[in-house]
Design a binder for this molecule. Structure first.
Ligand code: ADP
Ligand code: MG
Ligand code: MG
Length: 902
């Protein structure tokens, strides 16, 4: 016995004993079978072996004590209820053995149908079915096939070949054309295959079949593909699967029988209606396997009107009961309908919003629940441009949607070629088997990236997401031949120069150029689609749910914007201020010359002149931004990057100087510049002379910026506007740094502002770990903190993003050191702890201290929840992420912590 196990642990539950809330214990399938049973729906009787039994088995390699006896008891009661005994030669009970974990893992685990058939009971089954030999032998051959494949690892192709062979011998194309004798022969062939691969006869003892199948389901939890799937979907590895043992019902008894799947609404668009497929005279797995063509579910009305209408009634009941879109598996046995599975169905992002809106209209759920049922990742998906597709445009391959978006371009196979063609203004798609750090330049140059190997955590996927670039990874139908500069897919050869289109959301790959259409949701946010006046279910649902999120949220959402134009756009997206206005760009373009003069200044006068020339230019920039954000707060960050970033690169400068000297030209100025660049070279620029350090070293630099901000605010106010500047000092690690800057800034502000009524706050970024740890001291000199979580992550972990994302993040993700890149989503335990400490100690020192975040995490769904929990006042993110942050801030406000939205 393991530590937690006692002799009377209950490992087996009858369907009548469970309910839908018991997913942890009974798995999703088992919990929902129990729920349907208790609703009085026609579910074949059966029982569920718990995930606890599975966990105990996986931990010790044997069934826990008591399990065998409990299975025996439940089997006996099932036999009594059915009036048949498992595998009885005269009148056999058959069962299915089905896996079912808490979270659905489609196609990842195992199911065996028709357990209980053997060389003798196959005859009894035929008699049971009124002498239907064909049906009995068909069921038996299915058992050997599924049992062989999933329990004993016999390669599935072997059985498929034998089936094809039998059809060929008969001159048949359809498995229905095989008669009882053909199928008996096939059983014989299958049994030989079984012996050949396992070294033993196909087990004839029904109870042994059952036990081996249960064990195989337990073990399927740790099959390689299941492990990979869990990693990708971030499903915990220690949940285990339940096993459902269900009395068989037969869809393969003849034309009045069949099997199907259905959705209560369209999982693609959310539209109301009946969506499903039906296949007459077949067992469940045939629908999914696609061995024959299914018919639309509506056809069932003609084939079996009574069952059809019963099914519609049940679907309506299930929807009402689950208050959500349900998907369903059913079987009809000689005109009698049986429900075999239901669950709340997966859906596209658009359908999630539309359905949530419809359910509110139908009075089934309230707006809080609607808000809970959608998420920021879905909203973000809806904001990417999409391919405009119709049915005539089938994909040639399908991989993993690794980084969303829609991209078309010329195929290239090397990084170098990608850079070349991009420089000519061409849009390119970089196609590789997999990428590595050498491909980085090509990935930057490309419009999109397509690989034939690797999953969501491959190098290509991680780097592409970091760059916001469209990527499809692991499209394994594509055979890439880099030296020959071509790939082959479905018998077609695509060479360099051909055009392909990739959809980073769905993972689909198309040949040729597919037209791209803008997102309606973005058009709505931009104000060009009025939800009240257009007939667009998606836009109306998004509008409604966003409005509710805004009502509910406590966090304010600001944007990161550097120009008036960015600010205007973000405001349309709902930004309530600017959380980060970087001033770097105000030193670029035609202002470079002035910056060079500043850097090269030999005397105080030279430097003062350069700063004086920059002042009016910066002031004008701020005037534009304050005007756009009239009445809303604007946090302006004083200059942050090292100054050498404003000078030409060393190598280029050295070459220019050498060439000019050769020509005998006057190079005094270039030489001075070169000397300055050499002098300013840093080994670790990220940790060098930047941020507040620059302000303390270069006299007049911060003073000029502070003056420009204050003067702009006064100018806007004089024109009747309201400017609310907040001056933010970057990279502070010690309160003394901030005090020094503040003393100088306060003097300038007092002098400029006078009696204009303008109020200017002074605060700091918290992005150096030391600042977080001394937040109590720093708060004495700061009216606000803004967490710069990008730098805080870099310095907290001790790695630079540019270096590490391409170099080893994929490996860390593969090893599970990261569940997700800490640049994508805040590392709650480490970097998040720094945020928490700084927030608490800062507020303790200065009640009312304003707290926000301005790193990219401000637009990441999970991080927004964290910032809500920590009690920040606002998040700030890129304009495009503003709606996502609004939605998630609303969801955070209505959700108790720890609820899962999977
Ligand atoms: P999956 O999770 O892959 O859908 P299931 O356990 O649902 O696997 O079973 C595979 C197929 O077998 C489904 O179509 C299901 O409806 C069918 N099936 C399962 N159990 C029974 C049963 N007792 N009688 C008839 N069909 C069954
Ligand atoms: Mg199923
Ligand atoms: Mg920073």
């Amino acid at each position: 016995m393991t530590a937690h196990e006692t002799a009377d642990d209950k490992y087996v539950y009858d369907f009548a004993e469970g309910n839908k809330e018991l997913k942890d214990l009974l798995g999703g399938k088992g919990a929902n079978l129990a729920e349907m049973t208790n609703l009085g729906l026609p579910v074949p009787p059966g029982f569920t072996i718990t995930t606890e039994a599975c966990k105990a088995y996986l931990a010790t390699g044997r069934e826990p004590d008591g399990l065998a006896g409990q299975i025996e008891a439940h089997l006996e009661s099932l036999e009594r209820e059915m009036g048949r005994r498992l595998g009885d030669p005269q009148d056999p009970l058959l069962v299915s053995v089905r896996s079912g974990a808490k979270f659905s893992m489609p196609g990842m685990m195992e199911t065996v149908l028709n357990v209980g058939l053997n060389d003798r009971s196959v005859v009894g089954l035929s008699a049971q079915a009124g002498g239907n030999d064909r049906f009995a032998w068909d069921s038996y051959r299915r058992l050997i096939q599924m049992f062989g494949k999933t329990v004993c690892e016999v390669p599935g192709e072997e059985f498929e070949h034998a089936l094809d062979e039998a059809k060929r011998a008969k001159g048949a194309t359809n498995d229905l054309d095989l008669d009882a004798d053909d199928l008996r022969g096939l059983v014989d062939a299958y049994q030989k295959i079984f012996v050949r691969h396992t070294g033993r006869e196909f087990p004839q003892e029904p109870r042994e079949q059952l036990d081996l199948a249960i064990r195989a389901v337990f073990e399927s939890w740790n099959a390689e593909r299941a492990i990979l799937y869990r990693r990708q979907e971030r499903i915990p590895a220690d949940l285990g699967t339940a096993v459902n043992v269900v009395a068989m019902v037969f869809g393969n008894l003849g034309p009045d029988s069949g099997t199907g799947v259905a959705f209560t609404r369209d999982p693609g668009s959310g539209a109301q209606g009946i969506y499903g497929d039906y296949l007459a005279n077949a067992q469940g797995e045939d629908v999914v396997a696609g061995i024959r063509n299914t018919v639309p579910l509506q056809e069932l009305e003609r084939l079996d009107s009574r069952s059809y209408h019963e099914l519609l009634d049940i679907m309506a009941r299930l929807e009402g009961h689950y208050q959500d879109l349900c998907d369903i598996e059913f079987t009809i046995e000689r005109g009698k309908l049986w429900m075999l599975q239901t669950r709340v169905g997966k859906r596209t992002a658009a359908a999630a919003f539309v359905i949530a809106g419809q359910l509110v209209d139908e009075g089934l759920i309230d707006l809080d629940e609607a808000l809970h049922r959608v998420n920021g990742a879905q909203l973000a998906q809806l904001m990417f441009p999409r391919f405009q597709l119709d049915h005539e445009f089938p994909p040639v391959a399908r991989g993993i949607g690794a980084s969303p978006g829609a991209a078309s371009g010329t195929v290239v196979f090397t990084s170098a070629r990608a850079v070349e063609l991009a420089a000519e203004g061409k849009s390119v798609i970089l196609v590789r088997r997999e990428t590595n750090p050498d491909d980085l330049n090509g990935m930057i140059a490309a419009q999109g990236i397509l690989t034939s190997r690797g999953g969501k955590t491959s190098h290509a996927a991680v780097v592409a997401r970091g760059m916001g670039k469209t990527c499809v990874s692991g499209a394994d139908e594509i055979e890439v031949d880099v030296p020959a500069k071509r790939f082959v897919v479905g018998g077609r050869t695509v060479t360099e120069g051909d055009v392909v289109s990739i959809d980073g959301t769905t993972g689909k790959v198309y040949l040729g150029e597919v037209p791209v259409m803008p997102s309606e949701v973005v058009q709505y946010f931009e104000g060009s689609l009025d939800p009240e006046h257009i007939d667009n279910a998606l836009v109306r649902a998004v509008h409604r749910i966003m409005t509710h999120a805004d009502d509910r949220r406590r966090l304010t959402v600001r944007t990161n914007a550097d120009t008036g134009a960015d600010a205007a756009r973000a405001r349309r997206f709902g930004a309530e201020g600017i959380g980060l206005c970087r001033t770097e760009h105000m030193f670029l373009g035609d202002r470079r010359e002035l910056v060079e003069r500043l850097i090269l200044a030999a005397t105080d006068t030279d430097r003062t002149d350069a700063l004086a020339a920059l002042l009016p230019l910066q002031r004008q920039d701020f005037v534009e931004i304050f005007r756009e954000m009239d009445g809303l707060p604007v946090t302006v960050r004083l200059i942050d990057p090292p100054l050498h970033e404003f000078l030409p690169p060393l190598e280029q400068l050295a070459v220019n100087v050498a060439v000019a000297q050769e020509r005998g030209e006057d190079v005094a100025k270039e030489e001075a510049l070169l000397a300055a660049v050499r002098r300013m070279h840093e080994e670790n620029p990220m940790l060098g002379l930047r941020g507040v350090r620059l302000g303390l070293v270069i006299p007049g630099l911060f003073a000029m910026q502070v003056r420009a901000i204050a003067e702009a605010a006064v100018a806007v106010t004089r024109d009747g506007g309201v400017a609310r500047p907040e001056i933010m000092v970057p990279l502070v690690g010690a309160v003394q740094e901030l005090e020094t800057v503040r003393a100088e800034a306060e003097k300038i502000i007092a002098e400029v502002v006078g009696d204009s009524g303008v109020e200017v706050l002074i605060g700091t970024m918290i992005e150096v770990p030391r600042a977080a740890l001394t937040a109590g001291q720093i708060a004495e000199a700061a009216e606000f903190f803004s967490f710069g979580t990008n730098d805080l992550t870099q310095m907290g972990w001790g790695f630079s993003r540019d270096d590490v994302e391409g170099a080893f993040f994929w490996r860390y993700l593969e090893l599970g050191i990261f569940g997700i890149s800490p640049f994508e989503s805040i590392d709650r335990d480490g970097v998040g702890r720094l945020v928490r400490i700084a927030a608490e100690e800062g507020r303790a020192a200065r009640p009312g201290l304003k707290l926000g975040v301005c790193g990219e995490h401000g637009g990441d769904p999970d991080s927004v929840h964290f910032f809500h929990e920590v009690g920040l006042d606002y998040v700030s993110c890129s304009p495009f992420r503003v709606p996502v942050a609004r939605l998630e801030a609303g969801r955070a406000a209505i959700e108790t912590t720890g609820s899962d939205s999977r």
